[in-house]
Every structure is written in C-alpha cells, then in structure tokens.
Design a protein around this ligand. Structure first.
Ligand SMILES: *[C@@H]1O[C@H](CO)[C@@H](O)[C@H](O)[C@H]1NC(C)=O
Ligand SMILES: *[C@@H]1O[C@H](CO)[C@@H](O)[C@H](O)[C@H]1NC(C)=O
Ligand SMILES: *[C@@H]1O[C@H](CO)[C@@H](O)[C@H](O)[C@H]1NC(C)=O
Ligand SMILES: *[C@@H]1O[C@H](CO)[C@@H](O)[C@H](O)[C@H]1NC(C)=O
Ligand SMILES: *[C@@H]1O[C@H](CO)[C@@H](O)[C@H](O)[C@H]1NC(C)=O
Length: 495
C-alpha cells in the first residue's frame, strides 16, 4: 500500500525519505517527490499537497500522467455525488428547512428519502461539472439497504450490558464525557485486514495459525454478494460467496488452484485480489465471470430474468477445459493379475443420482472403489484414484435422499487418506438459490443475496446440525414467507 516513495529534502546535506502515508498532515518548504511509484491519484495528491509552494516542489524522474488524467472511477464519482447530496441535506437542516419526511438516521436511508422527494434528476446547484447529473443523465436509484441495527446507549441502558459498562467506566476514569460506545466490530481496522491478506498473498507456507484476510467489516465473517434483480444472479451469488470464503484463507495457494480450473477461476481469483485491496466489489467480479461465461455459451448463461442452472455453472467453473487428467480409473484383479485403464477418470465435480446411499461420503467410497467380478471368477474392483489429493471436490445432488456428510475421505495412491471438510451447501427452491457457508472454525452462516443482501447470518456451529438436517434449509423469502429449499450442490475443500 505504501509503495510510493516520498522524499523530503529537509536541507541540502540532510535528506531522508518517507512514504506518502507517513507524510500526511505535514507541510514542507522544499518538497522532493518521486511520483513514479505512486499507485494511484490519491498518492499523487498526498505527496504533492505537502508542498508549501510550487517553486519548492521538485519532481524526480518521470511519472504516469494517466493516473491523474483518465477520470475518477465510477465509485469515487458516486461517493462525491452522495457527499454533495448530504451537504445539501445538512444545509437545509441547519437552516430549519429540511422537510420532516427526511428523518432517516443513517446515510443510506437519508439519501433514499431525499432522492424519493427530489427525484433522480435533482442535482444541487453548486456541484462541479465532471460529477454533475441531470434529468437526462439521472443518478441511479439508491437501493434500500437494511443497515445493521444500532442503539444509542444511555446511562440507564448501560447497566444491562456489562461490556458497555466497562467501556463507560474506562471513559470516566479517563474523564471522557459523552456516552459513545464503539460499534460492534469497529475494533478491526481495515488496514490490518489488508495487511493480513497481503501477507497471505506473499507467503506460500501454510501457517501454523492461519491468518484469514477479510472482505468484510470483521474477520471470520463471510461476506455475501448482492442479488441482481435485473439479471438474475442467485446461482452465481451462492457459489461465489462460498468460493470467496474458501479463497480468502490462503489467497496464494487458492489463486494457483483457481487458475487450474480455467478461465473463470482466473477471473475470480484476480477479482478477489482487487476486492481485498478495495479496488473492486464482489458484485463486479461476479459480473465479469458472468460476462465471460455468457461469451462462451449464451444459452446456458443468459442475462435477464432467466435463471442459470447451478449444475451448468459448476461444471463450467470446475471442469478444466484444458484436458488435464486428475487421475485414473482402473479395473484390476489381484488373483489373475488382469488390469485395464478405463475412460472417465475422477473429476472435481461429481453427480449423485442414486438415492440409495445414506450419505455423500458413503456414495463417494463406493464410487472410488466399485466392486465387480473378474472373468476368472474372483472379486475385483474398479478404482478411481486421484494423482494428487484433491484440494476441492464438488457434488451435484440429483436426489434429496442422500444426507450431507460433514467430512469426506479420499484414499490416495500411497494408501493414505485425505479428509476434506464441508465448506458450502447450495440450496434450491422457489426459483432461487441460497447457501450455507461453513468456515474452517466450523461455524455455519446463511446467505441469500435477495434477503440478507451482502450480509451472512450465523446459524450456529456445525455440531448443532445433523447430516440429515443439512439436506434442507427453511428460511424466509423476501416476502417474509418460509420457503423450504433442498441441497443441490455441496462443496468440500481443504483449509
Ligand atoms: C473531569 O472533568 C471535570 C469537568 O469536565 C473536572 O471538574 C474534573 O476535575 C476532571 N477530573 C479529572 C480527574 O481530570
Ligand atoms: C444486464 O445484462 C445486460 C446484458 O448483458 C447488460 O447490458 C446490463 O447492463 C445488465 N444490467 C445490470 C443491471 O447489470
Ligand atoms: C481433449 O482430448 C480429447 C481426446 O484426447 C480430444 O478429442 C479433445 O479435442 C481434447 N480437447 C481439447 C480442448 O484439447
Ligand atoms: C435429476 O436429473 C434429471 C435430468 O438429468 C432431471 O430430469 C430430474 O428432475 C433431476 N432430479 C432432481 C431431484 O433434481
Ligand atoms: C415467497 O414464498 C411464497 C410461498 O412460497 C411465494 O408465494 C412468494 O411468491 C415468494 N416471494 C418471492 C418474492 O419470491
């Protein structure tokens, strides 16, 4: 993050270097800056605005002008526009002219109300040219986002929450007036998370205590993807929410694995890297993968309000189209030494059509080692063997009878077993897909891009669920009615 080298010449014989970050808030009569390694316009601004005068500014070597001439990103422009609207609202409120209907407590709700009152084409007078909007080029409609609930803590309610009491008494001892309590999760600082993610990207070593990077406000909380009501996106949302929770625990190693899945895996992992640096949103990454799938097959991956079949999606995402074989399928008899290699070697995605097995793991054991009888009359087996212990396996269920194993076991060619824990379940029902995300700490989280939006809701610990109960999920849909959904896709992966 602090790549840019920002040099300060205190005097001619004594100079030293500092980063743009460290220089914030300082002013220097002689300001020597190296813009070449600044990664964006924000760094340019920070480094250059340290100067007291134009004459006192020295720019060493050339720099890339496109970083400051190619326009701000759409997100940044939107942020500035929203700040302009908030300015307008603050001004009206200060002058007592704000209509009573604008009574929201949080940013999003206030903006929503103001936009409904004024219309999407209303742009305050003083807004500057490049970010102006109008009736002809209106601002997009603010989406109603359910903000996390909050309460103003008063003296009487603090008694109830011991934690809050502690904070209050700490404040009293430091003689801090007022009664603000830090919001939940606000202890985690975004930069720490980014640093962790970068550590993850820069080291291959599986750490003894794995550090998890985060897309969201708090670590250990999966982050969901917002459902797209124009181009229905629930199959992508449910799968990518699970995959991003898998990826984030070891970005470097998973980036390598995702690349091996093919084109879409590559777009996903490159996208996730941008998301942890705050340069992209999970929704845009999803849309990029969609665009690439649509280009490959517009019948299976349509836009608009036609759903995408989750089975088509997983077979495109996980079936390598590079003809890489993951292992072999061999029939062999120990009695007469007969053996033969067969077609259909093991793959990353398996379909379970047969409901006679009790659980996924039971089905898998049978599939890996199918008993038969040799021509010589002895029992033999058709075995499927992975060359490398697979890091991720996906099951597509075409039956609702098989229960969801919490772990699966795969015997390797050396006779050792690899155990893969359950990491995600996709449920289908009511023309919608939702998902359960299971963290390495075995917490179960629920996501529905239409109802929980970007949030995931904690459902409990995996030990609270039976393998049978994981087959179905009953949750409220967006009209508040309970909908029963059945597991259709199950993902297992190493940590
Ligand atoms: C705390 O602040 C009050 C008034 O703001 C002052 O009278 C009092 O002396 C302060 N106590 C300490 C320990 O600083
Ligand atoms: C929906 O998909 C169409 C075609 O790919 C695209 O032009 C449009 O921008 C998409 N709309 C949204 C809201 O993503
Ligand atoms: C994969 O291999 C099969 C047979 O070996 C061949 O027919 C097919 O064209 C190959 N596909 C690609 C994409 O290379
Ligand atoms: C199983 O797959 C077949 C087609 O392959 C489909 O017609 C059927 O509806 C599926 N059953 C379930 C329970 O998904
Ligand atoms: C919610 O579920 C009910 C009952 O299944 C259904 O009638 C309704 O259309 C659903 N609402 C949405 C928005 O899907």
């Amino acid at each position: 993050m602090l790549l840019s080298l920002y040099l300060v010449l205190k005097c001619l014989c004594c100079n030293f270097a500092m980063t743009d970050y460290a220089s914030q808030g300082k002013t220097h009569p002689f300001n020597v800056v190296d813009l070449n390694s600044c990664c964006n316009h924000l760094s340019y601004y920070t480094a250059l605005s340290r100067s007291a005068t134009c004459e006192g500014t020295v720019i060493v070597q050339g720099f890339d002008p496109s970083k400051i001439t190619c326009g701000a990103s759409g997100y940044l422009r939107q942020e500035f526009r929203e700040l302009e609207l908030l300015d307008d609202i603050t001004n009206l409120r200060y002058n007592g002219q704000l209509p009573e209907s604008i009574n929201g407590q949080l940013r999003n709700s206030v903006l929503c109300q103001y936009q409904q009152l004024k219309g999407k084409g209303y742009c305050p007078q003083h807004v500057m040219g490049p970010i102006r909007w109008s009736e002809i080029y209106p601002m997009q409609t603010f989406q109603v986002i359910t903000d996390s609930s909050w309460t103003l803590t008063t003296k009487s309610t603090t008694d109830k929450a011991t934690e809050e009491v502690n904070i209050q008494s700490q404040k009293k001892s430091k003689n801090v007036t007022g009664c603000f309590v830090p919001a939940q999760g606000s202890k985690t600082i975004a930069s720490t998370l980014k640093r962790k993610a970068e550590e993850g990207l820069n080291s291959d070593e599986p750490k003894s205590k794995k550090i998890r990077a985060s897309f969201g406000p708090t670590p250990e909380t999966p982050v969901g993807i917002l459902w797209d009501s124009v181009n229905y996106s629930c199959s992508y949302d449910s799968l990518f929410t699970i995959l991003c929770e898998i990826w984030i625990y070891n970005p470097k190693s998973w980036t390598k694995s995702f690349y091996s899945f093919g084109n879409q895996g590559k777009i996903l992992s490159e996208g996730y890297k941008k998301v942890i640096r705050g340069l992209e949103t999970l929704e845009n990454v999803r849309n990029d993968v969609r665009a690439s799938l649509k280009q490959e097959n517009s019948d299976l991956f349509p836009s608009g309000q036609t759903g995408t079949d989750i089975r088509d999606l997983i077979s495109y995402i996980f079936t390598s189209h590079h003809n890489i074989s993951l292992g072999y399928r061999r029939v062999s008899c120990n009695t007469c030494d007969f053996f033969q290699d067969l077609d259909n070697p093991p793959e990353r995605v398996m379909s379970i059509l047969d409901g006679t097995y009790k659980s996924i793991n039971e089905w898998l054991q049978q599939w890996l080692m199918e008993p038969s009888i040799c021509d010589c009359g002895s029992p033999m087996a058709t075995s499927r063997m992975y060359d490398q212990p697979p890091s991720l396996l996906v099951f597509s269920l075409n039956t609702s009878r098989v229960s969801i194993s919490k772990t699966i076991r795969i015997k390797g060619s050396n006779g050792k077993f690899t155990v893969l824990p359950l990491r995600g379940i996709i449920y289908s029902g009511g023309f919608h897909f939702t998902s359960y995300i299971i963290t390495p700490g075995k917490e179960v989280w629920y996501h529905d891009g239409m109802v929980t939006k970007r949030r995931c809701i904690k459902k409990g610990h995996l030990t609270d669920f039976t393998e049978d109960s994981l087959k179905t999920s009953v949750e409220k849909n967006s009209s508040g009615e309970s909908v029963e959904r059945h597991a259709v896709v199950v993902l297992y992966s190493k940590k």
